[in-house]
Design a protein around this ligand. Sequence first.
Ligand SMILES: C[S@@+](CC[C@H](N)C(=O)[O-])C[C@H]1O[C@@H](n2cnc3c(N)ncnc32)[C@H](O)[C@@H]1O
Length: 235
Amino acid sequence: MRKGKVYIIGAGPGDWELISVKGLERLKEADAIVYDFLASKDLLAFAKKGARVICAGKADGLHILEQGQINKLLYEEAKRGKTVARLKGGDPFVFSRGIEEALYLKKKKVDFEVIPGITSAFASAESFGIPLTRRGKFSSVAVLTGRKSSGKSLDAPDCDTLVYLMAVGNIKKVVEKILASGRPESTPCVFIERATTKDKRIVRGNLGNIERRAQKYSVRAPAVFIVGKIVNYGK
Ligand SMILES: C[S@@+](CC[C@H](N)C(=O)[O-])C[C@H]1O[C@@H](n2cnc3c(N)ncnc32)[C@H](O)[C@@H]1O
C-alpha cells in the first residue's frame, strides 16, 4: 500500500494568495484536507475532485473537533495511505497547536512535513504599511500572546515593539501589564483586525485610550495588538 503523509501547511494570514507555492501544490494533491477557520476558505476551491474536506473549526471558544480528535483523524487518514493537507491559519507553528499534531504524528511514526506560512504577527502590520523594525531606530520586536491558558501572568518585555495575538478579549489586562512594565499611557498602539482580507481594519490609539476605542469601534477577533512608536508609520 502507498505510504501516507501529512503536510502541515501554513495558509497565511487571510488573503488566500499569501499561501506559499509549495503549500498550494501539496494542497492540490491532497486526498484529505483538514482546515481551521482562520485558513482562507477560498483555498478549498483547489481541492482535487473527490478529496475529503473536513472543517476542524477552532475559533475563539468554538471547537468543532477537539485537538485529540484532529490528531487521530490525521493519523488515521495517513495510515490508510492518504496524502493529507492540514491547513492552518498564518504559520502552523506560531501560537498554534500544529506542534502538538507534529509530535503526535512523530510518536505514531507517520511521515509529515511542515510547510511554513506567513504569520499574522508580521503580515498584519505590513498590510497597513507598518514595518516591524527600522534600521538605526527600532531594532527589537517581540511576538506575544494576550491570553495564557496556563494561567501564568502575561509578558511585556523591554523591546521596541510588542505584537500581541489573541489580545482582544483580554485587552484590559494586557494594557495593565504593559503600563506596569514602565511604558507611558501616551505610547501609541493599534489593533489590526482581519488583516489582508477585504474586511481589514486598523484602530489607532495609545495605551491610555485603546481599551475604550476598541469598545467604541467593536474590535473583534481575529486581530493583533501592536504597541510602540513604530505604529506611527503606515497608511
Ligand atoms: C491561535 S492564533 C493563530 C496564529 C497563526 N498561527 C498565525 O501565525 O497567524 C490566532 C490569532 O492570530 C491572530 N490572527 C490570525 N489571523 C489574523 C488576521 N487575518 N488579522 C489579524 N489577526 C489575525 C489573532 O490575534 C488571532 O486571535
